[in-house]
Structures are given as C-alpha cells and as structure tokens.
Design a protein around this ligand. Structure first.
Ligand code: DX5
Ligand code: ZN
Length: 219
C-alpha cells in the first residue's frame, strides 16, 4: 500500500511567526507544505502572493504543494515554477482550456494538479486523468480555513479512486478542508493519498504532536 501523506496548510499558521511555523513543519512528521493562494475573485478571500511564497520557499525543506484559487491561473504558471513550487494545482472551475493548462504546468517542470469544488463531479476529469499527477477534492467550499467537512466527500474519493484504477493512472488523491483526526482514516480508507489540514493542526496546543497523531491514524 502507498504511503499516506499529510500536508499542513500554512493558511492557518501565524503569519507574524511564519518562519517559526515553517520550522515546526520541517521538524515534524508532515510530508508536504500546503500553500493556499486566493485572489478575492474566484473565492471571496485574499490570502497571500508571490513575496510570501518566496519567503516560505526559503525556509521550507519539504515539497511545496500550491493550491491556486485564482481566476485565469495560466498567467502565473512560470512564476510559480520559478519560486520552486513542486505541485501546482488549479481549479477545474477556473480553466476554459484545462488540457492546455495541465500541459503548461508540466512543461514548466512542475507536477500538475486539478482541484474540484464540492459541487463538481469527478467525472469531468475522465479525459485528462492520465495527464494528472494529483486531483484535489475540496471537502469544504474553498476560500476559508476552519469550515466543517462535507460528508459527500467520501463518495467522491471512492469514485475518483475507481476512475484512476480503471485508467491505470498514477494520480494522487488529495483531500482539503475540515480534515481532522476523526475523519482522516476514513478518507485514506476511501482512497485518499494526501490529507491537507489547517486549523486542526495550527489551532491545537501542540501542532507537532497533532501532526503525529494524524499520521499514526493513517499509517
Ligand atoms: C480552503 C483551503 C484549505 C484550508 C484548509 O479554501 O484550500 O487548504 O487551509 O483549512 P482547514 O483544514 O482549517 O479546513
Ligand atoms: Zn487548499
């Protein structure tokens, strides 16, 4: 069985102590850094942009998993590659020419991911699944941390897993939003490979220990 990964979302970190929180993740059992970019257009919220990601990249020693919640993401693919991003994930709902966007991410030397809103069926990815390194299933509506998990997610993860196996694809399944120690195992059992967790980790008394706690549940 594949190793299951955990990706703490820096959206829930203390931005005034970002280096401290990055070091915490570096020294923890976490596998990736999850970086949420929001533009105030595709989602109501604005998070942070290139200068902050540059600062994160300077200190982070693990895979940079960047989740773009921005309109027309093609505009910035080269910029994210230059920042050292490893996985670049764009929303299905923001791309008119999804196939072209995926090719552009891959050509820029990054792993390509597509994120799906809670209302978007996994079936829309059938024709591109073999070109994808990752599919991110949103388990909350994108835009904010700290929301509650949408239960329909388990079904979507199972359907996507089936599609990946049927196409003999190597695509990872990532779940993002409302992930905690209670639902983590059920998600990996359904087929998820990477779990993003923001507030559950950073709002806890001991984030390093909370990461281990989730890791142990999905090991
Ligand atoms: C939401 C972001 C998530 C968010 C998750 O739009 O994509 O990555 O940080 O935060 P929690 O784990 O608090 O739901
Ligand atoms: Zn995210």
């Amino acid at each position: 069985m594949n190793k299951k990964l955990i990706a703490p979302s820096l959206l829930a970190a203390d931005f005034a102590n970002l280096q401290r929180d990055i070091e915490m993740v570096n020294n923890s059992e976490a596998d990736w850094f999850h970086i949420d970019v929001m533009d105030g257009m595709f989602v109501p919220n604005i998070s942070f942009g290139m200068p902050v990601i540059k600062a994160i990249a300077k200190h982070a020693t693990k895979t940079l998993d960047t989740h773009l919640m921005i309109v027309d993401p093609d505009r910035y693919i080269e910029d994210f590659a230059n920042l050292g991003v490893n996985y670049l994930t764009v929303h299905y709902e923001t791309c008119n020419h999804l196939h072209r966007t995926i090719q552009a991410i891959t050509a820029a030397g990054m792993k390509a991911g597509i994120a799906l809103n809670p209302h978007t069926s996994v079936r829309v990815l059938e024709e591109v699944i073999n070109d994808l390194d990752l599919v991110l299933i949103m388990s909350v509506n994108p835009g904010f941390g700290g929301q509650s998990f949408i239960e329909n997610t388990y079904k979507k993860v199972e359907q996507l897993k089936e599609m990946i196996l049927a196409h003999n694809a190597n695509t990872l399944i990532e779940v993002d939003g409302g992930v905690n120690a209670e639902n983590a195992k059920k998600l990996t059992d359904a087929g998820a490979d990477v779990l993003v967790a923001g507030s559950f980790i950073f709002s806890s008394n001991n984030p390093n220990k909370t990461i281990s706690e989730i890791k142990n549940k999905i090991a």
